[in-house]
Design a binder for this molecule. Structure first.
Ligand SMILES: CC(C)(COP(=O)(O)OP(=O)(O)OC[C@H]1O[C@@H](n2cnc3c(N)ncnc32)[C@H](O)[C@@H]1OP(=O)(O)O)[C@@H](O)C(=O)NCCC(=O)NCCS
Length: 182
């Protein structure tokens, strides 16, 4: 028990890394595992029990909550908030200033079969700038969520969602337009 208590009570470690001749400072809680082959931007914080895989690129000032899984080669832009219990699978790109609510799940395989897996099955998903995704939503692979759009809590997003709207439900439908403008 002491091991876990000590681990949980630890503060995130401030790391200073020299990367391409620039000095970057970011913090990772000691209970999290971040691959040495991942790139983490200046000012980014990674909290408890998260796993960041190889090839991942995370921008500046990103907040990664507790128990977050970021799969190989995923790209996340600057100033994003990824809340607790989120899984972001390979093939997903998240641009800048995106809010991903707690327990949101992304997917990358439309017809999953336990015994069959190859990168060729990956279907890509794009979450554009300033998008917010409500708690516990599922994003089915192969779609784009447009800039400044808000996805309501508990939605299942199965089709592209345009810019500047509010969409929710299962399947998610656009419920109002002109939500936010650039
Ligand atoms: C989608 C959302 C923005 C809608 O807010 P709103 O425009 O103020 O809408 P209202 O609350 O007036 O609801 C309008 C109708 O849609 C329904 N509704 C609202 N949100 C819904 C959702 N996520 N899924 C399904 N139905 C929803 C309401 O029950 C209401 O139905 P009714 O007309 O039959 O009474 C909001 O409900 C939401 O889900 N926000 C995200 C919250 C979240 O996950 N935050 C994460 C950080 S904790």
């Amino acid at each position: 028990m002491n091991f876990y208590n000590n681990l949980l009570n630890n503060k995130p470690k401030l790391l200073i890394k020299i990367d391409n001749m620039t000095i970057k400072k970011y913090s990772i809680h000691p209970s999290s595992f971040v691959s040495e082959k991942a790139s983490i931007g200046e000012g980014t914080q990674i909290w408890h029990f998260s796993h960041i895989r190889e090839g991942v690129k995370i921008g500046k000032n990103v907040n990664i909550g507790q128990n977050v899984y970021i799969d190989k080669d995923v790209v996340i832009g600057d100033n994003c908030k990824i809340q607790n219990n989120v899984s972001v699978y390979k093939g997903v790109t998240i641009k800048n200033n995106v809010f991903v609510g707690p327990s949101v799940v992304f997917t990358n395989d439309i017809y999953p079969v336990s015994s069959e897996w190859s990168d060729e099955k990956i279907v890509e998903t794009l979450i554009d700038d300033e998008v917010s995704i409500g708690a516990n939503s599922t994003i089915v692979a192969g779609i784009t969520i447009g800039k400044m759009t808000l996805v309501g809590a508990g939605s299942v997003v199965t089709k592209n969602v345009p810019n500047n709207c509010i969409a929710y439900g299962n399947p998610a439908k656009v419920k109002s337009e002109d939500y936010r403008k650039e």
